[in-house]
Write a protein that binds this ligand. Structure first.
Ligand SMILES: Nc1nc2c(c(=O)[nH]1)N[C@H]1C(S)=C(S)[C@@H](COP(=O)(O)O)O[C@H]1N2
Ligand SMILES: [Mo]
Length: 265
């Protein structure tokens, strides 16, 4: 260092007097706070981790009880806010992808759907069977919307079919519509969902037989699937075999594996 630099360095203003006591106390407090936070996080995690799994008495199972409580509270909040006037955003058909992604094949691996019929269980003693052509005679509704999967992808796709509410009216299912839920499953019963009735009767919920303007392919759920834009993909059951109505929550494939029963968007 040259002589000049040395003298300049000396001219620098002194920093505030350094209070060693204060610094030690601050270090002590912050260390303690950090430590306490860590302990709390660990205890919280442990509590959830060690908590029993919820019981299988109802339609949901597989989540730790405290987490399920959170999910249920969320679901209830959603259920109380969604009404027939809350629409999922729709897009022009041209915004839809040409070949929508395919995801999930539980209950639809059997490719033969020639002898398919829709079974409606009106009551323990009364049922209806309906063909795809019967459904195609009813007014058609089509729209493009952003289909969302819980696995973290979404796509704008274009679907067509008959409004679930139109279907209920046409087949005289007014009494059934008063029940709290509709349940549905694939013809082989391997995939199944339960839908709360207000969501089922929502004007955007359709019994769908077309995707991208073409009849559904087996992978998309031919010949008939559910499209319910107000819920995640998991609720959009492909290849509906049977519909039934109930005041109890119907069994639900992904709810049994820990997902939220309502699965609203
Ligand atoms: N029968 C049946 N329906 C199903 C599934 C399934 O595995 N089997 N997967 C669900 C899930 S998780 C999603 S994201 C959508 C995917 O529909 P797509 O294959 O037409 O894109 O279907 C839903 N419906
Ligand atoms: Mo999904």
């Amino acid at each position: 260092m040259s002589k000049q630099q040395k003298s300049k360095a000396k001219l620098l203003p002194l920093t505030e007097p350094y209070d060693k006591k204060k610094v030690t106390r601050r270090t002590f407090i912050s260390t303690l706070t950090f430590g306490a936070g860590g302990v709390l996080a660990y205890l919280g995690w442990n509590k959830i981790y060690l908590a029993p799994k919820e019981t299988t008495a109802d339609a949901t199972a597989g989540a730790r009880a405290p987490l399920r409580k959170g999910l249920d509270a969320n679901g209830e909040l959603f259920e109380s806010t969604i009404g027939p006037n809350d629409f999922s955003r729709t897009y022009p058909k041209s915004a839809a992808v040409k070949k929508p992604r395919i995801n999930g094949d539980v209950g639809i691996t059997d490719k033969s759907v020639d002898d398919w019929q829709l079974h409606i269980i009106k009551s323990p003693s009364e049922s209806l069977t309906i063909s795809i052509n019967d459904l195609k005679k009813l007014p058609k509704t089509e729209f493009a919307f952003e289909f969302k999967c819980v696995e973290g992808w979404s796509q704008i796709s274009h679907w067509g079919g008959v409004k679930f509410s139109d279907f209920m009216k046409h087949y005289g299912l007014a009494e059934q519509a008063k029940l709290a839920y509709v349940g549905m499953h694939t013809p082989d019963k391997k995939y199944y969902v339960g839908i709360d009735m207000p969501s089922a009767l929502h004007p955007q919920t359709i019994l769908c037989y077309e995707v991208s303007g073409q009849p559904l392919s087996p992978e998309h759920g031919a010949p008939l699937r559910l499209i319910i834009p107000t819920k995640y993909g998991i609720k959009n059951l492909k290849r509906i075999g049977t519909l039934f109505f109930s005041d109890e929550r119907p069994p639900d494939y992904w709810a049994e594996r820990g997902y939220d029963y309502f699965s609203g968007l």
